[in-house]
Ligand binder design. Structure first.
Ligand code: NOJ
Length: 747
């Protein structure tokens, strides 16, 4: 196998070629002076106008608003517009704003650029399975370059919600279940979108969302209630948010949910308290779509005016679509319910972002039609999308090395998604083209296999439709083949926002169809296209191989075909646990031990243990798990000492050898376990990982460092500190690793 060398760095540097600073930049006064002078001229209505965002009717991403955005722009009542894209349309709206408003303050255009703008990368959960920070940063960087060329100033990403319930459709938009991995990826994504200089014309504002704990919605039902201790909030859910502040993110979005009785959008403790005071976040905070208005049905605000006061007093700067600040804030000011200083502060934060983007020098600097044409769908972007898709695939099972396929084998490709070029780019796919542009599995395979007598394609069944009339055709193809590849999964809109499911099996009669194929006695490879962990116990027992492909993006079909035929060796590892059944949810690797831990079937005492009587405690596929076509063996695990103090570092080293037949990449993972604490600690916590490439037969030593800093947690007194005592340290290629050593932290 030829492992495709990745030219990430080269590509990353070539991306800057188009980026240019605005030459006029030097002619404008320094930011503080410029904004102070501007604000001195602004009326209170104009200041409030900056805090208002409306949606254009290009893309629909929430309930339709009754406000006429065009009319409001003309009146100078709007600071920002979401869901307007393309150079032409954003320029039209900008012109309308500049020609009609008194002070000609440029509009800020926001859009959900989640995993690509036109060139679509794998869904965020899929990208996260790459555990490749450079690849993820590059994906965000390309998304920003394309979006900026398309008139967009601001993306509503990254979504950094930790999610441990695969029933929640929005797990597809995040980095999965783990705080450490999620924080690293969140940081990389912000760097990708914003770069180091927002005044370049290929960078855009990022927006960390949804603040906070949205991923913990009860029963995985979208928008549902969240109730958790401050310790869990700070330790598990907030660190990825903080990581983005450290990365310099310029905007935050509040979440729809309440947290322990207080909706996030009116939550002083969260927004002014943690985000602005404690973390010193100096950007601006926007609500989610009508999130301010929703404090009324939450039972927290008595009417819109009250909701606006709660939001501004909590520290929320911009009202997305709700129209409340526009209609109510002046009245609240006159009644003394909010202060002018608060309105000024919010307005200043928003103007600063516009200034930093260079919009005051040239409101049309993202509106260059020539650049839009040149930048969108550049070949190097499409190549990067393929590379990231290849890295995101996770091989869940591969009995008897049925994969990779050989070109000489006769293969029947079946399943509802085998020729799909619509769903394959996933949900929240911004302005990505689907039919006629995205690469299907069929197209990808056809590029590799020139002898067409070796391959056939037939759907057999639909995704949810129970009609059986297409099955026979696919079965006939399968009868004549050496191997069957079934490409199955969900519709793209079965995950994402407002797409929670209580049953996360393969939908429709796909499983039944697999059972019929199984009767043919041929090896079956299941390729999954989906946005969340699915329950796959039957498939795991009955299929010969399973490849989790998520929604892999514009070049998805190429990545799947290259992986099936061994041009790419899969290296993805699960960022989220796959349960055996929904009854196990929430299930995640870094759970607590309990007072009655169940030790497995070897445990003599079976009854009075923390376990189910009908299913094992273990997941089907655990966090950090993923196979390769080659084999990696771990040996010589050592720690530099069995004791460290608070200022020393422990070195943990391990040798990894590629003992299989292919070159490949491995994600080496390091976990710790704090054995006794003033509050109990999880059985394992990820504290480091390295993705390494090993040629066939090659061996490398990987080194990690652990210091007291890595061992901190919120103790009984809520101080974030490490406690002296005994620790276990684990290494391996999965969270289920048992390779462990011990050390002690002493004063
Ligand atoms: C609602 C979603 O929750 C949020 O993630 C998105 O950015 C906004 N709508 C805008 O589309």
């Amino acid at each position: 196998m030829k492992f495709k060398a990745v030219l990430l760095l080269l590509l990353a540097s070539s991306l800057t070629v188009n980026a240019q600073k605005d030459k006029k930049k030097s002619q404008i006064k320094p930011r503080k002076e410029f904004i102070s002078e501007l604000m001195a001229k602004m009326t209170i209505d104009e200041k409030i106008g900056q805090l208002v965002q409306f949606t254009a009717d290009g893309t629909i991403t929430g309930p339709v608003s009754g406000d006429n955005y065009i009319e409001q722009i003309k009146k100078g009542n709007v600071g920002s517009i979401l869901n307007a894209t393309t150079v032409k349309y954003t320029a039209e709206l900008q012109k309308m704003n500049l020609e009609n408003s008194r002070l000609k303050i440029p509009l800020l255009f926001g859009y959900d650029v989640i995993h690509g703008y036109r060139t679509i990368f794998p869904i965020t959960l899929g990208e996260s399975a790459s555990w490749d920070l450079k690849a993820v940063e590059l994906s965000a960087k390309i998304a920003a370059a394309e979006a900026a060329a398309g008139g967009v100033h601001w993306t509503f990403a990254p979504m950094v919600d930790i999610a441990r319930d695969p029933r929640w459709g929005r797990v597809s938009e995040g980095a999965g279940e783990d705080t450490y991995l999620g924080s690293k990826l969140a940081f990389a994504r912000v760097r990708g979108f914003q770069g180091t200089d927002l005044s370049l014309n290929n960078t855009i504002l990022a927006c960390t969302k949804h603040f906070a704990a949205y991923g913990a919605a009860e029963a995985g039902r979208d928008y549902n209630t969240v109730d958790m201790s401050e310790r869990v909030l700070r330790e598990t859910y907030l660190p990825p948010f903080k990581a983005t502040v450290d990365a310099g993110v310029r905007t935050f979005m509040t979440s729809f949910n309440e947290i322990s009785g207080v909706p996030a959008t009116g939550n002083k403790f969260l927004v002014n308290g943690i985000l602005k005071d404690e973390w010193k976040f100096d950007g601006f905070v926007v609500t989610d779509y009508t999130g301010m208005n929703e404090m009324i049905p939450h039972g927290f605000a008595k009417d819109e005016k009250h909701a606006g006061e709660l939001a501004l007093n909590a520290g929320v700067d911009m009202d997305m679509v709700g129209g409340i600040y526009m209609k109510q804030l002046k009245k609240s000011l006159s009644e003394g319910k909010v202060t002018e200083a608060q309105i000024n502060d919010a307005c200043r934060r928003i103007l600063e972002a516009k200034y930093d983007l260079g919009l005051f020098e040239d409101p049309y600097r993202y509106n260059d039609a020539k650049r839009e044409k040149e930048v969108i769908y550049k070949k190097e972007y499409l190549d990067a999308a393929l590379d990231v898709a290849n890295k995101s695939l996770v091989l869940l099972k591969n009995s008897n090395n049925v994969l990779p396929l050989k070109k000489e084998q006769k293969v029947a490709f079946v399943g509802p998604l085998v020729s799909d070029e619509f769903n394959i780019i996933g949900s929240w796919a911004a302005s990505g083209d689907r039919n006629g542009f995205a690469v299907s599995v069929e197209e990808g395979v056809n590029k590799i296999i020139t002898d067409k007598s070796k391959i056939s394609f037939a759907k057999g069944v639909e995704i949810v439709d129970a009609k059986r009339d297409m099955i026979q055709n696919a079965i006939n193809n399968a009868k004549n083949a050496d191997v069957i590849v079934a490409v199955m999964g969900e519709f793209e809109n079965m995950s994402g926002e407002a797409a929670s499911r209580t049953n996360i099996d393969l939908p429709g009669i796909q499983k039944e169809f697999l059972a019929e194929l199984k009767k043919l006695g041929k090896p079956i490879i299941l390729v999954l296209l989906n946005g969340r962990p699915l329950t796959l116990e039957w498939e795991d027992k009955n299929m010969d191989a399973i490849l989790e492909a998520w929604w892999p993006g514009t070049r998805g079909g190429d990545a799947i075909a290259q992986t099936l035929y061994g041009i790419n060796n899969p290296s993805g590892k699960l960022p989220m646990t796959f349960p055996r059944n929904v009854g196990q949810i929430p299930i995640y690797y870094n759970h607590k031990n309990t007072g009655r831990p169940y030790l497995g079937t070897a445990d003599n005492e079976q009854k009075y243990k923390s376990r189910y009587i009908d299913v094992d405690n273990s997941p089907l596929y655990e966090f950090g798990y993923g196979l390769s076509y080659t084999k990696f063996s771990y040996s010589n695990f050592k720690v530099s000492s069995n004791q460290i103090n608070f200022s020393q570092k422990l070195k943990a080293t391990v040798e990894i050898a590629n003992t299989g037949n292919y070159d490949g990449e491995e994600v080496v993972q390091l976990y710790i376990h704090d054995k006794v604490g003033s509050v109990t600690r999880p059985v394992k916590e990820l504290k480091g990982f390295q993705k390494i490439f090993l040629k066939k037969g090659e061996k490398k030593t990987v080194e990690f460092e652990i210091s007291a800093e890595d061992l901190k947690f919120y103790g009984i007194d809520m101080q974030f500190a490490a406690e002296p005592g005994d620790f276990e340290v684990f290494v391996g290629g999965t969270s289920a690793t048992t390779m462990k050593l011990e050390f002690e932290l002493v004063k």
